[in-house]
Design a protein around this ligand. Structure first.
Ligand code: PLP
Length: 390
């Protein structure tokens, strides 16, 4: 019998990174050597003080349900951290803790966007933006990120796409997959374009806010009158190498926080208790390990950008943040999908086609440099040889 799934499942997308990872693992099982540049997670271990805080919490009774929006002490620590880093007053009841930051995307769209309403989102961009907007039957309006604009969203384009039906604008800086970083001026124009609209919310994905190589991170929430119109998404996966812990949060106006909490009650009940306690240590404890990771990513960025630019048909801009490069591969004469399949099967290098992040990603590949310099060099040699054989 073929099961009849709910109609809505037709609209839900996926994250190709996990599919390519599965394919690469299958090849490894057959004995092939693979360099993994497909998945977006730091290769470092979680800092020791954070692991110890989790163990201590586990041994002192933090093994039960917690309030759905998070342990009060943790929400307070997050409110304090965001108040300090974004220079806005945040209170704990504007914080919702979730298992990873992904549910903030899912829940805020589910809670705020009706079928037929419009969601603007960066493209190429994190695939969940489009996927979840489609899932709720919203009208999806991609904001193209162009290489000639240093992969920054063009605020004038955003302005031109705002209609009566616009409900949400999703931005991400530093950006996955391009490494683009929005300037304060970009954010000011975006803010200005919705100055007379109280019904539009900006979902500002700031998960890479601490992984930035030039300048400083600016949050749109810090601009005048924007705090109430912004949902800040942030978390621990990238900054503290905690992808498997599943720990993230959103900062949003109280009313929305209550709706998102209701969605937490209906899905997860709460985020793991000892993980939340470890989150307090992450925010309040020493930051040296997190800073060391960024310094190492910066070193690797030089190696991968320089190496890719020497490969025939590739040209690669330096990303300003996050840990991905997004080389232009148009001159190889292959599509992104063809080239990433070829590199996986022929060279044993797992990458993603730019189209895994939306249609404006055609002509590009995404490679993660959250891998050792040694592995990056191995990948570069293999790609170079494979391209020579095209
Ligand atoms: N947003 C962006 C742009 C990301 O790249 C990721 C992870 O890949 C997330 C959000 C979600 O992170 P997590 O759910 O692991 O906290």
């Amino acid at each position: 019998m073929v099961p009849r799934f709910a109609e809505r499942m037709r609209n839900l997308g996926t994250e190709t990174a996990f599919e390519v990872l599965a394919k690469a693992k299958a090849l490894e099982k057959q004995g092939k050597s693979i360099v993994h540049l497909e998945i977006g997670e730091p290769d470092f271990d979680t800092p020791k003080n954070i692991k110890e805080a989790a163990m201590k919490a586990m041994n002192t009774g933090y093994t039960h349900y917690t309030p759905a929006a998070g342990i009060p002490e943790f929400r307070e620590a997050i409110a304090e951290y965001i108040s300090k880093t974004r220079k806005i007053p945040v209170s704990p009841d504007e914080v919702v803790v979730t298992p990873g930051a992904k549910p903030i995307i899912f829940f805020s769209i589910l809670a705020y966007v009706n079928p037929g309403e419009e969601v603007l989102y960066v493209n190429p961009g994190f695939p969940m933006y489009e996927s979840v907007a489609n899932f709720v039957d919203a009208k999806t309006v991609p904001i193209p990120l162009l290489e000639e604009n240093d992969f920054r969203a063009d605020p004038e384009y955003i302005k031109s796409k705002i209609t009566k039906k616009t409900k949400m604008i999703i931005i991400n800086s530093p950006e996955n997959p391009t490494g683009g970083v929005l300037t304060k001026e970009d954010l000011e124009i975006i803010a200005d374009s919705i100055a007379n609209r109280d019904d539009i919310l900006v979902l500002s994905d700031e998960i890479y806010s601490r992984i930035i190589y030039e300048g400083i991170h600016h949050s749109i929430a810090s601009l005048p009158a924007m705090k109430e119109k912004t949902i800040i998404l942030d978390g621990f996966s990238k900054t503290y190498a905690m992808t498997g812990w599943r720990l993230g949060y959103g900062i949003m106006q109280k009313d929305l926080a209550q709706k998102v909490t209701q969605l937490m009650i209906n899905s997860n009940s709460c985020t793991s208790a000892f993980t939340q306690m470890a989150g307090i240590e992450a925010l309040k404890g020493p930051q040296a390990d997190a800073e060391k990771m960024v310094a190492e990513f910066k070193r690797r960025r030089e190696v991968i950008v320089e190496g890719l630019n020497k490969i025939k048909g590739f040209s690669c801009k330096k990303p300003h943040g996050a840990f991905y490069v997004f080389p232009n591969i148009k001159k190889t004469g292959k599509t992104g999908r063809e080239l990433s399949d070829y590199l996986l099967n022929t060279a044993g290098v797992a990458t993603l086609s730019g189209t895994a992040f939306g249609r404006f990603g055609e002509g590009y590949l995404r490679l993660s440099f959250a891998n050792s310099v040694e592995n990056i060099q191995k990948a570069l040699t293999r790609i170079s040889e494979a391209i020579g054989n095209l």
